[in-house]
Design a protein around this ligand. Structure first.
Ligand code: ATP
Length: 323
């Protein structure tokens, strides 16, 4: 391998810049050439390549988002689109890729890698923490800290006005943001897509719970469909607790932005270096993750299978500590 291409794709996540920096600097350390590809697969197809040197990734480790920008590319889903991408990579003499993204990005990488016999390794860059084969994804820690900070503010005002807040957080298919931040803010209940929430039990807990606690926080992952999402949950609660002042807050995109935490920066740095070293050793078609503190490789098709299990003990912790 002589020349590596690096790109970010799909949803952005804080820490992607630290990952780009790590890939670029370690490639240069090992005397490889390295090229940044703008806007993921879209830029690959359109030939948006930028040669990278040490300076081009200076002063970005602390910045959220991705300097290479990101995109969703419907064209890459077609054989013609991928053929064009391959042509562009060949024209640049790029002979290996590091893809930073989530399950969609890895699905594309797997198909492309097999179709053109092209070495690709993936770094888990998504706030959802929904990839199998890594304890944490790059961006998850920052995101849950953003959520905790926002809900701490909501708690102040909720406590002052004796309000109940239903807070919607990100997580279309995965409730890990809701679950972990919920523990972090001392939420009364958490609703996530993976498990069915017994609304009656939630209401009962509110009734028997501490009456001296003026504020209540319920966290709902956006993909929680069973109970109808934040709005419907609040309507149900209003019927049962007419005396309570109930509000809904949808945190939205503030969850994805901002400076990455040190944990995300270190994770991104470790995985970026490991990706370059492993490409040189001939590894391909895998996601590089961190399991129990050690670098671990998971084939793309395993990483994306969505069998990340929810730790039931965490749910129990919410129940024990919120009463
Ligand atoms: P996040 O989980 O944060 O949303 P992601 O990587 O899963 O990130 P997607 O938008 O699902 O984001 O995927 C990114 C890109 O990967 C898509 O826009 C598309 O170009 C490519 N991709 C996804 N699925 C496929 C597929 N089946 N075949 C080819 N390319 C694909």
């Amino acid at each position: 391998i002589k020349k590596i291409g690096v790109f970010t794709s799909g949803g952005d996540s804080p820490g992607m810049n630290a990952a780009i920096r790590a890939v670029v600097r370690s490639a240069l350390y090992y005397n490889l050439e390295v090229v940044g590809i703008r806007r993921g697969y879209e830029g690959m197809i359109l030939g948006e390549f930028i040669p990278m040197d040490r300076k081009s990734v200076g002063n970005i480790i602390q910045r959220g988002g991705t300097v290479l920008r990101t995109a969703r590319s419907p064209e890459f889903r077609t054989k013609e689109g991928r053929q064009e991408a391959y042509k562009q990579l060949k024209a640049q003499n790029i002979d290996a890729l590091v893809a930073i993204g989530g399950d969609g990005t890895f699905t594309g990488a797997k198909i492309f890698g097999e179709e053109f016999d092209f070495p690709i390794l993936g770094l888990p860059g998504t706030i959802d923490n929904d990839l199998f084969g890594t304890d944490f994804t790059i961006g998850y820690d920052t995101s849950i800290n953003n959520v905790v900070e926002a809900i701490d503010r909501i708690r102040d005002t909720a406590e002052s006005h004796s309000r109940l807040f239903v807070v919607e957080v990100m997580g279309r298919d995965c409730g890990l943001i809701a679950l972990r931040s919920g523990i972090g803010v001392g939420a009364e209940s958490i609703f996530i897509p993976e498990t069915k929430t017994d609304m009656e039990a939630v209401m009962h807990r509110l009734e028997i719970g501490r009456q001296d606690k003026m504020s209540k926080i319920l966290i709902v992952a956006e993909g929680e469909g069973e109970s109808g999402g934040a709005m419907e949950i609040s309507e149900k609660l209003k019927k049962r607790f007419p005396h309570y002042d109930i509000r809904v807050s949808i945190l939205g995109h503030i969850q994805r932005g901002g400076k990455p935490t040190c944990m995300d920066r270190v994770l991104a740095s470790r995985l970026g270096v490991a990706a370059v070293e492993s490409l040189m050793e001939g590894r391909r078609n895998e996601m590089v993750g961190l399991l129990n503190g050690k670098i671990a490789f998971t084939p793309f098709d395993h990483a994306i299978k969505h069998h990340v299990e929810i730790n039931k003990d965490l749910f129990k912790i919410v129940d024990i500590l919120s009463l």
